[in-house]
Design a protein around this ligand. Structure first.
Ligand SMILES: *[C@@H]1O[C@H](CO)[C@@H](O)[C@H](O)[C@H]1NC(C)=O
Ligand SMILES: *[C@@H]1O[C@H](CO)[C@@H](O)[C@H](O)[C@H]1NC(C)=O
Length: 459
């Protein structure tokens, strides 16, 4: 009888586990055919990295996260993996988010508090153009040349208007669902917002739908089913929201942690402490100062959004699309709050931050940031074909540059690099570097903010 060595017995299970883990990370539920990169990656996986993966997976206090229920991705805590912990010399998978729990070199001259780093990329209106969307995401290092999640970005945010004015609707939403899955498997997140054009289609307003795009669905009725009660409506209902609040540091909670947090939330202290308001808001149109449902942010908006979306998909029969039929409007029974969400000062259509003069905008911005527990607000919707627009020292960031060939604007992405590092005298230094990245012109620094936090405690 051949006897298995202890070595084999200990390594084989790790190998099997790691293969399962990798497979889970790379296999996508929607992808009809694996990308080219799928095969290539396997050849690049060395034996030692497999064992490393398996060990990290088995030992990591975080691995339970990868078993999160489908659809709960947006609630999964952001954890430092890959590049977030710098200079600490600790394998990142073994590092917990709370700086105080990290086991490190105890040599006297090494500050035991690790540096925290998070990289966020946000992209505005894509409007049916897969090729340009891919160019932008590759340029911003969200994906590689095969369109696969690189792991170099912690959070990718898309601020809505993927549909209309182009033909690639189906491919774009499928690709983004694949990225969501890949990101999740690598400790990252994709945050997806509904734009006014997603809502128009859910309502039956097809004024900006290209006839050639309807053909990609097969027929008018197949398309109508997809956007009201079918696969695309399901994606919107489960993985898209109308507003997002993205904390810059995990201590403040996962994406869409409310501000103010409910009294029983574990994030109450952090959101009132030195890191309070270290978060960005994202909506498609804008958060008008006059809009009544700014708090708690973003759930007040997202609950109204979910109930209106549900009301729309429950219409039976669905009204025939406009044009050629008449505009169906919002369903019978729509509440006043729901109608206002879709109104001109609601988060989907508001253009005040983009269109009003800077003095007026800057006089209003702090009150909205204060209410929403954020430092900067990011939005799409109002295109500027030459550049991302920053107002009030980058408190207002308007990122729709007309990426789609329907507009022919510049290919851009917003990049945010947040770091929180210990300073030797005690305390911490926070830094936000906000940049506009361009495919065909020089990148531009939009804001560089540094804050010193006295005291060692972040909570
Ligand atoms: C939403 O995202 C999750 C996580 O990636 C995925 O499992 C689920 O299938 C998505 N929902 C839909 C309707 O595609
Ligand atoms: C939003 O809906 C959730 C789930 O129904 C609920 O727990 C929460 O209290 C609601 N929040 C607001 C602000 O309405």
């Amino acid at each position: 009888m051949p006897r298995l060595s202890t070595w084999t017995l200990s390594v084989l299970p790790l190998l099997v586990l790691s293969l399962a883990y990798l497979a889970q990370s790379y296999i996508s539920p929607l992808g009809p055919a694996p990308h080219l990169g799928f095969g290539l990656r396997w050849y690049g996986v060395t034996f030692s990295s497999l064992v490393g993966h398996a060990q990290a997976f088995v030992m990591s206090p975080l691995h339970a996260l990868s078993k999160a229920q489908p659809g709960s991705e947006a609630q999964a805590p952001l954890v430092p993996q890959h590049s977030q912990i710098i200079d600490s010399g600790v394998p990142v998978e073994a590092v917990s988010e709370a700086p105080s729990e990290v086991a490190v070199d105890t040599a006297a001259d090494v500050d035991p508090r690790p540096k925290f780093k998070r990289r966020i990329v946000a992209v505005g209106d894509i409007h049916g153009d897969l090729l340009n969307a891919h160019r932008v995401l590759q340029m911003a290092r969200v994906v590689d040349e095969d369109g696969l999640w690189t792991g170099e970005v912690d959070v990718f945010v898309q601020t809505g208007d993927i549909i209309d004015r182009g033909d690639d609707t189906i491919a774009l939403y499928e690709w983004l669902e694949e990225l969501r899955e890949q990101a999740h498997g690598m400790g990252g997140s994709v945050v997806s917002l509904l734009g006014n054009h997603e809502w128009m289609n859910a309502i039956g307003d097809w004024r900006y739908v290209f006839p050639s795009e309807i053909e990609t669905f097969g027929s008018i009725s197949a398309r109508q089913k997809a956007v009201t009660t079918g696969w695309l409506a399901n994606i919107w209902a489960s993985n898209y929201t109308t507003a997002a609040r993205l904390p810059l540091h995990g201590l403040l909670g996962p994406p869409n942690t409310d501000y103010p947090p409910p009294e029983d939330s574990q994030y109450v202290r952090a959101n009132a402490g030195p890191l309070s308001h270290a978060a960005f808001s994202f909506v498609h149109g804008g958060l008008a100062p006059s809009y009544p449902n700014l708090q708690p942010f973003p759930s007040a908006i997202n609950n109204i959004s979910a109930s209106l979306l549900h009301r729309l998909r429950s219409r039976d029969p669905q009204p025939p699309p406009h044009p050629p039929h008449s505009y169906p409007g919002l369903p019978v029974g729509t509440t006043r709050e729901e109608a206002r969400l879709y109104g001109s000062d609601g988060p989907l259509w508001y253009r005040g931050w983009a269109e009003e003069n800077e003095a007026k905008v800057c006089a209003q911005v702090n009150q909205v940031l204060e209410k929403t527990g954020t430092r900067r607000m990011v939005m799409g919707h109002t295109p500027n074909l030459h550049s991302i627009v920053a107002k009030c020292g980058g408190k207002v960031l308007i990122i729709d540059t007309g990426i789609s060939h329907a507009y022919g604007g510049v290919l851009s992405a917003l990049s945010v690099e947040y770091t929180l590092e210990p300073v030797s005298s005690g305390g911490w230094r926070e830094q936000e570097v906000v940049k506009a990245l361009y495919a065909d012109q020089d990148d531009e620094l939009l804001a560089h903010a540094t804050r010193d936090l006295a005291g060692n405690e972040l909570l």
